[in-house]
Design a protein around this ligand. Structure first.
Ligand code: N01
Length: 538
C-alpha cells in the first residue's frame, strides 16, 4: 500500500467503523478502513474467550438496515461471540466491506499537515496514508488493562487477558484455573470454566451486582415473529433515553409508590431479565441513594437465595452495597451464583486476603498459595482514552492528544478536539458509548458525522475544528451530569477509576436521547462551536 491518498481514513472494523465505511462510501467519499485484527468484528474479534456474549438483547444490538436484518436470524436473545462473528460476515457479504479494509494493520501515529489540511497517517506495516479526514472508531475496550501484579511474568503456566484471548482457544478442561477479576468478562469465563476445570479459583476484589440474563433460544419462526415488529423496535432506539427500544424507567420515584407497587415493578423487571432491572424500574433508582438502596435490597435477597454457603453468600452479596446498585455496569449472568455451590470452586476475597504476588506456580495471597495451570486476567480495560491515546496524534502547533488530555478529556460533543482539525472520533469518551450499545450508537452518532463531513465537503471547505471555548462548555456540561448521578460513588471504568493514576471523571454521556438532541442543535445552528473553512485560522 505504502503512499496512499484518500478522502477519509476510518480506524477500526467494529460496528462504528463499518457503518462509517458503508455510509461515507454511499455519500461518494473515498474511504479506507484500517484494522489491527485479521477480520471484522472489533471487540468480537479480540474478545473470543469462552462465554464472551453480548449484554444487549435482540434486536437492540444490530443494524437497522432492512437489507441486512431481513436475511439474518439470531439463534439466541443474547448472542455469543461466535454468532456475532457470523453476523459480521453477513454484513460483509451484504455491504461489500472488506474490499476497502486493510487488515493486520495498526495505526501508530497521525500528524496534521496544516498547509494541505490533511492528515498523514503512519502504520506498523510502514504505510503512509494521506487523508482529508480521520474517523477513529476504536471502541471503548481496545486497550487491555493489566494491573501491576508483582511476579506476573514469572508464572510458568498459561496466562491470558480476556481481551487478548488466543484465537486458537485455550484448554481449560481438567486444568487448575484461576480468574482474577469479576466484571462481565470474569463472570462469563467463570460460568464456562466451572464445569470444565479440575479446580476453579476466583479472585474477587469487588462483588459484581450481576443480573439474571434470561437467555432465550430462538427458532426461525420466533425470529420471523419478532421481525414483524423490527422497524418499530429499531426506530424506537433513537427516542429512548437508554437507547434500548423496550427499557424505560417508570416516570415515578421508587419512594413515591406503595411497597406492593414497588415490589411488583421490581419483580417484573427481574423476570424480564437483561438490563430491565438496571434501567427499567423507577426514575430515581440511579440518582437517589434511598431509591437505590431499595433496589439493592431486592437484588441482595434474590441473589443470596441462590448461594448455599452463608459466608460465600455474604461475600458475593454483602449486607451493605459495595457501591450504589448500577453505578458500575451490572453484568448479565446465567448460572454465576450457582457456580459457587460447586465443590471444585473456591472464592478468594482479595480485600480480605490480598494478592501479594504471582509465583511460577500460581497466586500467593496473604493467606496461602493457589497452584494454577491457567491464569485468566479478566481485569478490564483502560476504557476509551487508552485506545485513542495509544496512537501518537499530532495536531496543529505539534500538540499531542495525550498532552491535551493530561488533566482529563477535552472534547466538543465527545467527537472533536480543539487543535485536531478534521478528526471526528466515534464511540469515544464524553459521548454515550457505554450507555448506548455499539451498533445503535454507530448509526445514531455516526449519522451526525456522515452529515457533518458531507456538509464540509459540499460547501467547498477543507477544514473543520472544534473551538477551545466549545470544548470548555462541553467539559462543564459533563461535570454537571456527573454531579447529578450516583456514578461518582463507584470506582468503575465509567469514571476512569479502574486504572491507577487515570483522571477520575465521567467518561460517558448517560442519556442518548438528550445527547442526540444537543448534537442536532449544534448542526442546525451552523455547527456551533466549530470553525469551518478553507485555510488555517491560526
Ligand atoms: O472489566 P471490568 P470487564 N486485583 O473493568 C478486577 C464490557 N464487556 O472486562 O471491581 C484484583 O468491568 C476488578 O475489580 P474491581 C462490559 O461493558 C461486555 O469485565 O475494580 N482484581 C473487576 O472485577 C463491561 O462492563 C461483555 O474491584 C482486579 C475486574 O477486574 C466492560 O466490557 C463482556 C484488579 C475488571 O472488570 C468491562 O468488563 C465482557 C487487581 N489488581 C465485557 N484489577 C458483554 O456481556 C482489576 N481487577 C457485552
Amino acid at each position: 500500500m505504502h503512499g496512499v491518498e484518500t478522502d477519509v481514513v476510518v480506524i477500526g472494523a467494529g460496528f462504528n467503523g463499518l457503518y462509517q465505511l458503508h455510509r461515507l462510501r454511499e455519500e461518494g467519499f473515498r474511504v479506507l478502513l484500517v484494522e489491527a485484527g485479521s477480520r471484522l468484528g472489533g471487540i468480537w474479534f479480540w474478545n473470543c474467550y469462552p462465554g464472551a456474549r453480548v449484554d444487549s438483547h435482540v434486536p437492540n444490538y444490530e443494524f437497522s438496515m432492512e437489507s441486512v436484518w431481513r436475511e439474518w436470524n439470531w439463534s439466541e436473545r443474547f448472542p455469543g461471540y461466535a454468532e456475532l462473528r457470523k453476523y459480521f460476515d453477513h454484513l460483509d457479504a451484504k455491504l461489500d466491506l472488506s474490499r476497502d479494509i486493510r487488515f493486520n494493520t495498526c495505526v501508530k501515529s497521525a500528524a496534521f499537515d496544516g498547509a494541505a489540511n490533511q492528515w498523514r497517517i503512519s502504520t506498523d506495516t510502514g504505510d503512509e496514508i494521506q487523508a482529508r479526514f480521520v474517523v477513529p472508531c476504536l471502541g471503548f475496550a481496545s486497550k487491555a488493562f493489566v494491573p501491576n501484579l508483582p511476579g506476573l511474568e514469572s508464572f510458568a503456566g498459561e496466562c491470558h487477558h480476556t481481551g487478548l484471548w488466543p484465537q486458537s482457544g485455550v484448554e481449560l478442561a481438567g486444568k487448575r484455573v484461576g480468574v482474577i477479576g469479576t466484571g462481565a468478562s470474569g463472570v462469563q469465563v467463570i460460568q464456562e470454566a466451572a464445569p470444565l476445570a479440575s479446580h476453579l479459583t476466583i479472585f474477587q476484589r469487588t462483588p459484581n451486582l450481576a443480573l439474571p440474563m434470561r437467555q432465550i433460544r430462538y427458532d426461525a419462526a420466533a425470529q420471523e415473529e419478532l421481525k414483524a415488529k423490527y422497524p418499530e423496535m429499531l426506530a424506537r432506539r433513537a427516542i429512548s433515553a437508554t437507547s434500548y427500544h423496550d427499557i424505560q424507567a417508570e416516570p415515578r420515584s421508587a419512594l413515591d409508590v406503595t411497597p406492593d407497587e414497588r415490589h411488583r415493578r421490581f419483580e417484573w423487571a427481574w423476570q424480564e431479565g437483561g438490563f430491565h432491572f438496571w434501567a427499567g424500574t423507577f426514575n430515581d433508582v440511579l440518582s437517589n441513594k434511598n431509591a437505590n438502596a431499595l433496589a439493592y435490597a431486592f437484588w441482595r435477597n434474590r441473589t443470596r437465595a441462590r448461594i448455599n454457603d452463608p459466608d460465600v453468600a455474604r461475600k458475593l452479596a454483602p449486607d451493605v452495597a459495595p457501591h450504589p446498585f448500577g453505578s458500575k455496569r451490572p453484568s448479565l449472568e446465567q448460572n454465576y451464583y450457582e457456580v459457587f455451590n460447586q465443590p471444585n470452586v473456591t472464592l478468594v476475597d482479595v480485600k480480605e486476603t490480598p494478592i501479594e504476588r504471582i509465583t511460577p506456580h500460581g497466586v500467593l495471597t496473604s493467606e496461602s498459595e493457589t497452584e494454577l495451570d491457567v491464569l485468566v486476567l479478566a481485569t478490564g480495560f483502560d476504557a476509551s482514552t487508552g485506545g485513542i491515546t495509544a496512537i501518537d496524534w499530532h495536531g496543529t502547533e505539534d500538540t499531542s492528544l495525550s498532552n491535551l488530555w493530561r488533566n482529563g478529556v477535552v472534547t466538543h460533543l465527545g467527537m472533536a478536539m480543539p487543535g485536531f482539525p478534521n478528526l471526528l472520533m466515534l464511540y469515544g469518551p464524553q459521548s454515550p458509548t457505554a450507555f448506548c450499545n455499539g451498533p445503535t450508537c454507530a448509526e445514531l452518532q455516526g449519522e451526525w458525522v456522515v452529515e457533518c463531513l458531507r456538509h464540509v465537503r459540499d460547501s467547498g471547505y477543507t477544514r473543520i475544528e472544534a473551538t477551545p471555548q466549545a470544548a470548555r462548555v462541553w467539559g462543564e456540561h459533563m461535570r454537571e451530569e456527573f454531579a447529578d448521578s450516583l456514578l461518582h460513588l463507584a470506582d468503575s471504568w465509567y469514571v476512569g477509576a479502574n486504572v491507577p493514576g487515570k483522571q477520575r471523571e465521567l467518561l460517558y454521556y448517560a442519556n442518548t436521547q438528550k445527547y442526540l438532541k444537543l448534537c442536532r442543535d449544534v448542526a442546525t445552528n451552523g455547527y456551533r462551536g466549530f470553525q469551518i473553512g478553507r485555510g488555517s485560522w491560526r
